[in-house]
Design a protein around this ligand. Structure first.
Ligand code: MN
Ligand code: MN
Ligand code: ZN
Length: 284
């Protein structure tokens, strides 16, 4: 079975995310390599990278993946925001490469009324531009499945397949499936039949070999509502049986599973990440 972990804060230094993860019992973690709500980032200096590599060796946490900033929108029809997004994503690729992270997970983008096909083309064009420039050559971009709030793209497997089809170096594009998002988008993985049908569809349209990471979140919103609200494992509309099915699915045995459930402590004062990891491990 694959590695289990959670998204970890980099407050106080990127290497600290590893120690936080270790303390909570993560085998794997996801991080932002910079503040996700700001465009600007302090450049990484050799000291940051050394501290990170050292903590990586000492904790043995693996793999570690990056998630891109929430501000980036490669589907933007607005030229200014598009260019700013390109620049920021290019910098994130470089940061991920400097830290030697294998994956940069990104939300495909929001077309803002310009239309889905136009948005998908802009995303692929942006990835092509960045890859041609040669930045972050060892890093694979993972397109995340989304709930489809507003004009967000990525709520249909066809969207991701289209982007992959249009990217020239398509061997450098994979997919991150978010369980909460696909359910909110209308793929009913909460029943045995719906679960099988969803992954059969994923395989037919995208190919299961593209799937590199699973974001393992329960959903506070109901099926097909296209509302993105993460819930603790077993306390939302997906329920424990869905996660049991997923964790016991041999097709995903080698994949990392990352929690993005709400942070903080439960009523017993226990860290929610610890609680959710325990619930998941008990399902195995
Ligand atoms: Mn995400
Ligand atoms: Mn996610
Ligand atoms: Zn989400």
């Amino acid at each position: 079975m694959g590695a289990l972990g959670a998204h970890m804060s980099i407050a106080g230094g990127i290497h600290k995310a590893l120690w936080r993860g270790k303390q909570l019992g993560c085998d794997t973690i996801q991080i932002f390599t910079k503040n996700a709500n700001q465009w600007r980032a302090k450049p990484l200096v050799p000291g940051d990278i050394d501290a990170f590599q050292k903590a990586w060796q000492q904790t043995g946490i693996n793999p570690i993946m990056a998630h891109d900033s929430y501000l980036i929108n490669l589907a933007s029809p607005e030229e200014g925001l598009y260019r700013q997004s390109l620049k920021a994503l290019g910098e994130e690729l470089q940061r991920a490469e400097a830290l030697r992270l294998p994956y940069l997970i990104m939300h495909p983008g929001s077309h803002k009324g310009s239309g889905e096909q136009e948005g998908l083309h802009r995303i692929a064009q942006g990835i092509n531009l960045l890859y041609h420039r040669g930045g972050g050559t060892e890093v694979m971009i993972l397109l995340e499945t989304t709930a489809g709030q507003g004009t967000n793209l990525g709520y249909r497997f066809e969207h991701l397949a289209k982007i992959i089809e249009l990217v020239e170096e398509d061997e450098r594009v994979g997919v991150c499936l978010d369980t909460c998002h696909v359910f909110a988008a209308g793929y009913d993985i909460s029943t045995p039949e719906g679960y099988e049908a969803t992954f059969e569809e994923f395989h037919r349209i995208i190919g299961l070999d593209r799937l590199k990471v699973i974001h393992i979140n329960d959903s506070r919103a109901q099926l097909g509502t296209r509302i993105d609200r993460h819930e603790h494992i077993g306390r939302g509309h997906l329920g424990l049986e869905t996660f049991r099915r997923l964790l016991q699915d041999t097709r995903f045995a080698a994949l990392p599973f990352i929690l993005e459930t709400p942070k903080g402590k439960d009523s017993q004062g226990e860290d929610w990440d610890v609680v959710n990891l325990r619930v998941l491990r008990e399902l195995l």
